[in-house]
Design a protein around this ligand. Structure first.
Ligand SMILES: *Cc1c(COP(=O)(O)O)cnc(C)c1O
Length: 396
């Protein structure tokens, strides 16, 4: 196996000395989430989506795990994510899902990255660049069926498919579309999009040509629209154990793989009339114990969580008191006890209590996707749950 050892517990302890704040990623959870997705989609292949630092979980480590678990494809958003994966020794096919700029194409080709052709013009640029290098470009065609983001409109798609048949230096390996509303309770728009995509695919039937690999389902499609699984699915958020929306049916059981922890760095008693933090937005009417936690919006803990979020200390919930600063924040523990060095859980489980990315998203007025991808790279990632080179050993 290619994977290098995930950070072991010794390194984790070292990390705590350097920075008493870290994100802990349970590789065994990611593995069981992948297994759950696979059993839901049957014969369809699974392309784990690793964009935005693998939704905050760490691009390289998650990629290595997915490769070790036999992933056939990986999905990235940007060229640079694909290049980073190649530089770290990942040889699995990587589809870059985002739109590409013409001058990037040689870099895609030199790094053996699969390109998304989202217009006739971009396809022509890919063909020209591949011809110049005298190689075959691997390409997936992108059809816009109702997202209005990237892709040739379904009602103009024949032109792109026709043009793709003329290319000599392009191998059309796949064709795909993306849902705008597959996470909704009302699936009528998602079904309309799928219908439009299937109509586009009739192009191949009419010519008695085999269709390239067809794919459309994101996490929400996997969960709610089995008819959208087609030849391959592209799970992102659910791979990380989070559901796309509260409305979305939970037809596959997945569990969060990420916990975000820090430590108490300071303890004091705050008297009434002495407000806490910038802007003096919070104060108590009786003496309280307030702890300081060395994590802030500069780490990706939203400032919008000021006076709204809760954290866990010693298995109990406490409210964030006052504004979240760039590097620190405070929590009111009333008259409970906490000591410097006690673990503070921002996302995760402590004893019987849990705080999920969904909870944090609700407090901050956003979605769990943004909570996860917002965790800054300044926060060290620590990997647990699997020994290096081993696929199934659970955490000690
Ligand atoms: C991000 C993305 C996905 C994964 O979406 P989730 O909702 O996280 O499952 C799939 N396909 C494309 C094109 C994407 O951009």
């Amino acid at each position: 196996m290619l994977a290098s050892p995930p950070v072991n517990h010794e390194t984790a302890a070292m990390t705590d000395v350097l920075r008493p704040t870290h994100v802990e990623v349970d590789l065994a959870r990611l593995a069981s989430n992948l297994a759950a997705i696979r059993s839901r989609v049957g014969t369809a292949k699974v392309m784990p989506v690793l964009k935005a630092n693998a939704y905050g979980h760490g691009l390289i480590e998650v990629a290595r795990l997915m490769v070790s678990l036999g992933a056939d494809y990986l999905g990235a958003a940007f060229l640079e994510e694909g290049i980073l994966l190649r530089q770290r020794g990942i040889t699995t096919p990587i589809l870059v899902l985002g739109s590409l700029a013409g001058e990037q194409i040689p870099l895609f080709l030199k790094n053996d990255l699969t390109l998304t052709a989202s217009s006739v013009d971009k396809l022509r640029l890919i063909e020209e660049a591949a011809a110049a290098l005298d190689i075959q470009a691997r390409v997936h065609l992108k059809i816009d069926t109702g997202m209005e983001r990237v892709g040739v409109h379904y009602y103009n798609a024949d032109k792109l498919l026709e043009a793709s048949l003329q290319c000599r230096h392009v191998q059309i390996e796949g064709i795909y579309s993306h849902f705008a509303n597959a996470d909704a309770a009302d699936l009528s728009h998602a079904r309309l999009q799928l219908e439009r995509f299937m109509e586009v695919l009739e192009f191949y039937e009419r010519r008695s040509l085999p269709a390239p690999m067809r794919h459309m389902a994101n996490s929400a499609g996997i969960l709610q629209l089995p008819e959208s699984h087609l030849d391959l699915v592209r799970p992102g958020i659910m791979l990380y154990g989070i559901y796309p929306s509260p409305e979305c049916q939970r037809t596959v059981v997945v569990e969060p793989a990420l916990q975000w922890r820090s430590q108490v760095s300071y303890f004091k008693v705050v008297q009434p009339g002495h407000p806490v933090s910038y802007g003096s937005t919070w104060q108590s009417d009786h003496p309280v114990r307030v702890v300081t936690i060395p994590v802030g919006y500069g780490d990706g803990y939203f400032r919008a969580l000021s006076n709204r979020a809760q954290v866990l200390i010693n298995g109990r919930r406490y409210p964030v008191a006052g504004r979240v600063c760039m590097d620190q924040m405070m929590a009111n523990i009333e008259w409970d006890s906490a000591f410097n060095g006690d673990t503070v859980t921002l996302i995760g489980t402590d004893g019987a209590e849990s705080i999920t990315a969904d909870d944090v998203a609700e407090w901050a007025g956003t979605i769990p996707y943004e909570v996860l991808t917002n965790i800054n790279t300044r926060v060290p990632r620590v990997y647990v749950g699997m020994e290096p080179g081993c696929k199934t050993t659970p955490a000690a």
